[in-house]
Design a protein around this ligand. Structure first.
Ligand code: NAD
Ligand code: TYD
Length: 353
């Protein structure tokens, strides 16, 4: 039996496919448009019998119908998305196209396929909607962390588009009975993350002796989760999660952005000391704040712990060590990224490349 993964050439989808196959999963069909954020080389070594990449758009109904009829997947794990807040501020439309319209098309095709299926396939089929804690909005310093029951309150075009996709997924469960499960996860970091996001951007800028741009006062808080903990949680949800439920996934690791960047600098100072003898921390530069910047995200992950027995295993310091080592050891992957589209993004966003 196979599962259909969307967006598997991206950061979390790619890590999920590697983890799923390494843990005994039989076969993955990966539908990915290969946008700027998709990288086929991350999975190129996987054997053909267990992995197949189909380059295409989740909005393409004809393609979706063909994939369902040929591969008869037993589950869909839907990662494909436009995923970067700063890009959504500069150009929200592609976020609506992929995260809302694309999710709707996928749900519709999944529903048609599931309705026609029979026996074990119909009984066990799952559609996993991969979402984010950002849909819950922003917390004050003393607010309790987000629970599954916290009302959605998205503040930027990215989180608004994810919220809309999640609402559609919820509606497909309630209206049509499609066995949808939604996960809302906190900020991930680890290998294969595109360096537009905070942690890989800071690692690669530091190694390139470039400024480390901190938005505003740098005291915004995120809850950081190492990506392999997230993919393990998703395997559990796929196997044991209850249709119609949502599960929050977090790292119990709230940090300010400044703390994160200072820790990266400290680790780099010992792993790869600068030739001029200075600390990487001297590259930290305060820049204009992100418009509508959410101040704090935090996750109450007690439901997934209680119901599915999930807890993160990798501490922030350990995860950051592994991440930095990965970026230092995978120069070919990194060099492949640091070209055309990425340089023009740095120019647009930071006025430098
Ligand atoms: P990413 O940007 O690294 O990867 C997205 C992938 O989707 C890319 O491979 C891209 O080519 C593909 N894609 C984009 N549009 C497509 C389309 N129309 N059709 C098919 N494929 C398309 O994203 P990520 O960081 O791996 O995030 C994956 C999912 O997890 C997203 O849904 C995101 O909202 C969610 N999430 C991310 C984080 C995080 O910290 N990165 C945290 C919680 C949830
Ligand atoms: P990011 O990795 O874009 O994730 P998200 O916005 O989805 O949480 O950003 C994480 C935090 O880091 C967020 O508070 C914005 C901040 N940030 C900076 O201060 N400088 C940067 O150059 C980037 C990319 C992010």
């Amino acid at each position: 039996m196979s599962i259909l993964v969307t967006g598997g050439c991206g950061f979390i989808g790619g890590n999920f496919i590697l983890d799923y196959l390494a843990s005994g999963g039989e076969k993955v069909i990966n539908l990915d448009l290969l946008t700027y954020a998709g990288n086929r080389s991350s999975l190129a070594h996987l054997p053909l019998g267990s992995y197949e990449l189909i380059r295409g758009d989740i909005r393409d109904q004809t393609l979706l119908e063909k994939i369902f009829s040929i591969h008869q997947p037993e589950a869909i794990v839907h990662f494909a998305a436009e995923s970067h807040v700063d890009r959504s501020i500069l150009g929200p439309e592609t976020f609506i196209e992929t995260n809302v319209l694309g999710t709707l098309r996928l749900l519709e095709m999944a529903k048609n396929y599931w309705k026609k299926s029979e026996g074990d396939l119909k009984e066990n089929f799952r559609y996993i909607q991969i979402s984010t804690d950002e849909v819950y909005g922003s917390l004050g310093p003393d607010d309790p962390p987000f629970k599954e029951t916290t009302p959605y309150s998205p503040n930027n075009p990215y989180s608004a588009s994810k919220a809309a996709g999640d609402h559609l997924a919820r509606a497909y469960f309630h209206t049509y009975g499609l066995p949808v499960i939604t996960s809302n996860c906190s900020n991930n970091y680890g290998p294969y993350q595109f360096p537009e996001k905070l942690i890989p951007l800071m690692i690669l800028n530091a190694l390139g002796d470039k400024p480390l741009p901190i938005y505003g006062d740098g005291l915004q808080i995120r809850d950081w989760l190492f990506v392999s903990d997230h993919t393990r949680a998703l395997r559990l949800i796929l196997k044991k999660g209850t249709p119609g439920q949502t599960y929050n996934i977090g790292g119990n690791s709230e940090k300010t952005n400044l703390e994160v960047v200072k820790t990266i600098c400290r680790l780099l100072d010992s792993k790869k000391p600068k030739e001029d003898g200075k600390s990487y921390a001297e590259l930290i530069t305060q820049v204009k704040d992100r418009p509508g910047h959410d101040r704090r995200y935090a996750i109450d992950a007690s439901k997934i712990k209680k119901e599915l027995g999930f807890e993160p295993k990798i501490s922030f310091e350990e995860g950051l060590n592994k991440t930095i080592d990965w970026y230092l050891d995978n120069k070919t992957w990194v060099d492949g990224i640091l070209t055309g589209e990425y340089r023009s993004w740095l120019d647009t966003q930071y006025g430098q490349s």
